[in-house]
Ligand binder design. Structure first.
Ligand code: DNO
Ligand code: MN
Length: 359
């Protein structure tokens, strides 16, 4: 049988404290998940920079099959006339990525903010820290305060939190006044109708990442939030190139989401999976916990079993980890806990496989 393919997010030579030589020592990792993090959303990615990442990865025998993310310009999400140029740039980037062998492009369609937490270093309870979401704090907070908190973490850049873009917060919020949930669906549909045929022609699977967390915040609509909405999304353009990044942590932040049922229903349309755990509290807070099922509220074992059962051969990454063993790292993206997570995922996976290949 063909296994799932384990990949590891890497922020690039200049921006990641983890060298590829270390990633090479994590068992079973065959590729890096990458992006050109210095490109603003909407830019066409320069081909020479794309090729440079490919060359670096080649030096370590890693594939570069998965890109996370090519971010979507706000004008596309807003449905402004200026979206046309940004969509053209997106198509050109898809073609160039395909030219170096990229197979999957992860992206999201969340207005203004990407992932949201209140504390990047919440106490897990075992002496480690992790990304934490405090409901009451968000409910009482102004978006400006959240941005100030996030951007004061200046040692490492945070994915999806570009200071230049978030400097225009008031204008962005103003522009979204006219964008209801239904309007956001329309704008997503418009984008997909233009981009998916280009993805198809170039052998690329687009894989939308669910909203994290999966509910509206600060009055901004969020639509990739649950099983019904994922079904609606996949039907907007019914093509294998229009897929889902399954993220157990994002979807699992809402205890009402049945994650195993989501894997079973949409398995064929999931080219890429993020598998991680988190722990819910009764007041609506949650903290990211170790991957071990009993450390959190997400049935990681059941999820891996479901993927195994459907014969999943797509790409998987451990997504975020805790900050352990005094590692100084980008929040959520340390080496140690993500490596532990990978070994847990492999342990479950191999124990389900009838015949494990030994050397
Ligand atoms: C954060 C990530 C997100 C994710 C994007 C995908 O750690 O999970 O920034 O990459 O939402 O587009
Ligand atoms: Mn994720």
């Amino acid at each position: 049988m063909i296994d799932m393919q384990m990949v590891f997010r890497w922020f690039g030579e200049n921006d990641d404290h983890i060298p590829l030589s270390n990633i090479k020592q994590i068992p079973g990792v065959t590729g890096i998940v990458w992006a050109l993090h210095d490109q603003a959303p909407g830019d066409k990615w320069p081909l020479d920079k794309i090729q440079a990442v490919k060359t670096e990865a080649d030096n370590y025998g890693f594939n570069i099959d998965v890109v996370e993310s090519v971010n979507i310009h706000e004008d596309i999400k807003l449905g402004l006339p200026s979206r046309e140029q940004y969509i053209e740039n997106y198509k050109a980037t898809i073609k160039d990525l395909a030219s170096v062998g990229v197979k999957v492009i992860c992206y999201n369609f969340m207005p203004v903010f990407d992932w949201i937490r209140t504390d990047l270093f919440g106490e897990v309870g075992d002496g480690s820290t992790a990304l934490f979401y405090e409901k009451a704090k968000i409910d009482a907070m102004k978006p400006e305060e959240l941005v100030a908190n996030f951007l004061s973490n200046d040692e490492f850049s945070l994915p999806g939190w570009e200071p230049e873009r978030l400097g225009q917060l008031a204008e962005l919020f103003e522009a979204y006044q006219n964008v209801s949930e239904e309007k956001l669906w329309d704008n997503l549909h418009y984008f997909l109708e233009q981009v998916i045929p280009v993805a198809e022609e170039n052998g690329i699977k687009m894989a939308i990442h669910p909203d994290d967390p999966p509910w509206p915040i600060f009055g901004l609509p969020r639509i990739i939030t649950n099983q019904d909405n994922i079904r609606r999304f996949l039907n907007l353009v019914d093509s294998p190139s229009n897929g889902l990044t399954f993220c157990s942590g994002s979807l699992g932040a809402n205890p009402e989401n049945d994650l195993i049922s989501i894997v079973k229903e949409f398995g064929e349309r999931i080219p890429f999976a993020h598998i991680r755990n988190l722990k819910h509290f009764s007041n609506g807070d949650f903290i990211e916990s170790s991957h071990k099922a009993s450390d959190g509220s997400v049935d990681i074992v059941g999820i891996v079993k479901a993927f195994h059962e459907i014969g999943f051969t797509g790409y998987t990454r451990p997504d975020h980890g805790r900050h352990i063993w005094d590692e100084v790292c980008r929040p959520g993206y340390g080496l140690y806990d993500r490596a532990l997570g990978i070994m847990y995922l492999w342990g479950i996976w191999d124990s389900l496989s009838e015949k494990v290949k030994v050397n």
